[in-house]
Design a protein. Structure first.
Length: 65
């Protein structure tokens, strides 16, 4: 996902390449965008109720949701 594609309310999945294995493949919704518009960090509400901060390149948009 690019910085420009990371919009509020979009459903996302954590990429399998993330170093933290416990978060790989988890899904959630973007709540906030933080930082530079060119290199955005994203506050994501995970489906289990947890909340995590990710870089835009650590997530993929879930199509068809």
């Amino acid at each position: 996902m690019t910085s420009g594609e990371a919009l509020l309310g979009i459903r996302v999945r954590v990429r399998n390449s993330l170093l933290r294995a416990d978060l790989r493949g988890r899904e959630g919704t973007i709540l906030r965008r933080l930082g530079s518009p060119d290199y955005v960090a994203l506050d994501v509400l995970l489906d289990d109720g947890g909340q995590e901060l990710f870089w835009h390149h650590e997530l993929d948009e879930i199509d068809g949701v």
